[in-house]
Design a protein around this ligand. Structure first.
Ligand SMILES: NC(=O)c1ccc[n+]([C@@H]2O[C@H](COP(=O)([O-])OP(=O)(O)OC[C@H]3O[C@@H](n4cnc5c(N)ncnc54)[C@H](O)[C@@H]3O)[C@@H](O)[C@H]2O)c1
Ligand SMILES: O=P(O)(O)OC[C@H](O)CO
Length: 323
């Protein structure tokens, strides 16, 4: 069995480690030459997943051509780079998309982008509450594994499942992707609440009202309610809105503490996907006539368009309505 992983950030490295834990041959494409050297030489990724010894059966490469003999490829780049890397992947090999976001400019979900970039490759989506460092350590984790072709889903999920890593099958690809993309934006909102000291009641309300926004948007795009309420939706929302281990939550916390979005977003090496997804999601929701006030508020803060106090007051002053 020969798996490939595209993207050696924290999540790609953790997934490579998961697949290679039993000595399986895993090839990991990395953008940065120093990451390739560190993984092959010292069996570690100090840039993106420091402090975690990696299996020697992971071989890193900077050449996409080295994935030509793979029979399964996990795509784990930032969402805005997925089109570019998938276009270079070998054609016809099943792709498991693990990135969470919506493409800027097109408003497309990752499965739609991948279908354009590699039309002959079968596509599945892996999404759920998954902090990379926990998966890399072998801590118990469950995910949604979505694929339109359920026979293929069963085959691929069996390749990825491990004693402490449980994929749950779904044929709702759109639902799995929308949950993962929207929760990142809502995690920024919860981080803002934390940074501004608004308390735990406010955070719980943001999670709950944010979930209502995710559900409205998801249903309008053809997602199923049970997927949105599952691991890739509500499950990931709860995880990401609860901890500074989340890059999105941390970004929001900085905003809530009064730092400017421009400062927080400049020169970051790691990706906070919600910052890229927020404006695309807002525009898609407006176009579909779906109300997403929490997402709108996050966009205002990310654009440094309104002071924090004004954004909070506007959310609290919305007309009373049925839940
Ligand atoms: N980290 C997690 O816990 C986690 C868990 C689940 C899903 N994800 C998702 O996985 C995706 C990757 O996140 P991550 O945490 O592994 O990344 P990361 O923040 O750890 O690292 C950034 C990554 O971006 C890559 N990159 C930068 N510029 C690029 C370019 N021009 N082309 C291609 N790649 C480029 C870097 O090589 C690196 O792999 C995101 O969509 C994220 O939402 C992350
Ligand atoms: O660190 P974050 O905010 O990108 O979240 C990581 C994962 O998506 C959690 O499931």
């Amino acid at each position: 069995m020969k798996a490939g992983v595209i993207g050696a950030g924290a999540w790609g490295t953790a997934l490579a480690q998961l697949l290679a834990a039993d000595g399986q041959d895993v090839r990991l494409w990395a953008l940065e030459a120093d990451v390739v050297d560190a993984i092959n030489g010292a069996h570690e990724n100090p840039l993106y997943l420091p402090g975690l010894p990696l299996s020697p059966s992971i071989r890193a490469t900077g050449a996409m051509a080295d994935l030509a003999d793979r029979d399964l490829i996990l795509v784990v780049s930032p969402a805005q780079h997925l089109r570019g890397v998938v276009a270079q992947a070998p054609a016809g090999v099943p792709l498991v998309l693990c990135s969470k976001g919506i493409e800027a400019g097109t408003g497309l979900l990752m499965s739609e982008v991948a279908a354009q970039a590699q039309p002959s490759s079968p596509i599945a989506v892996l999404s759920g509450p998954t902090f990379a460092h926990e998966v890399a350590k072998g801590l118990p984790t469950a995910v949604t594994f979505a694929c339109a072709d359920q026979a293929l889903a069963e085959k691929l999920a069996a390749r990825i499942a491990r004693p402490t890593f449980r994929p749950y099958l779904s044929d709702d690809v759109v639902g799995a992707e929308i949950g993962g993309a929207v929760k990142n934006v809502l995690a920024i909102a919860c981080g803002v609440s934390e940074g501004a000291g608004l308390g735990l009641n406010a955070r719980a309300s943001l999670i709950s009202r944010g979930f209502a926004e995710m559900t409205r948007f998801g249903l309008a795009r053809g997602a199923r309610a049970e997927t949105l309420g599952g691991l890739s939706g509500l499950g990931d929302l709860v995880l990401t809105c609860s901890s500074t281990n989340s890059r999105n939550f941390s970004l929001g916390k900085g905003l809530g503490e009064g730092q400017s979005a421009a400062d927080l977003l400049s020169n970051r090496r790691t990706v906070a996907e919600g910052a890229h997804t927020a404006p695309v999601l807002r525009d898609a929701a407006r176009a579909a006539g779906v109300e997403m006030p929490v997402v709108e508020a996050v966009c205002a803060l990310l654009g440094d368009a309104a002071p924090l106090a004004q954004v909070i007051d506007a959310l609290l002053a919305r007309p009373l309505r049925p839940e």
